[in-house]
Design a protein around this ligand. Sequence first.
Ligand code: 5GP
Ligand code: MG
Length: 179
Amino acid sequence: MIRIKDLDFEISIRHNEIEESIAAIAEKMNHDYEDKCPLLLAILNGSFIFAADLVRHLTFEHEIQFAKFSSYQGTESTGKVKELIGLNVDILDRDIIIVEDIIDTGKTMSTLLPKLKERGARSIEIATLLMKPEKLMVDLDVKYCAIEIPNDFIVGYGLDYDGLGRQYPDIYTVVDNKK
Ligand code: 5GP
Ligand code: MG
């Protein structure tokens, strides 16, 4: 059990399970992008650890860039997605793989996808560490999802609660004291 600010969290996904799940999606990606040189677009801040571990499993040539969006305050989505740091490389005719920490409502991804299409990307796929399928509010095709989780707030392995808790190698789920 760990405590961050006002909330208690208990371990829910151990580091070795995370590692194995990442290796499994990397294997699929290695097959699909064998002769390509895609641009990985990692979404800051949450995906920095996932991106670092993922790329070390990839056997195809690729580039990586980082962009930053924000949709969360505390543990609830604000519903508003705004671009904080834009992508300033040419993506015309590039194969893009978005690298995301977690897909919740899907709003961040559905805001980003048309922007990348407008700028002439040849193909766009999503690689996410985590996904909460029950919370998805938009029609989204997620080709590479390492781990599906229930509808609870989590921290660790890059994910934060109000900026804290990103450093944990394992993933922790908030303990609902009302249960
Ligand atoms: P969406 O736009 O899909 O609703 O939300 C995506 C973003 O919300 C993620 O990239 C992540 O930053 C944040 N998010 C969603 N669920 C969680 C969660 O359980 N824990 C944390 N720390 N962030 C989350
Ligand atoms: Mg994120």
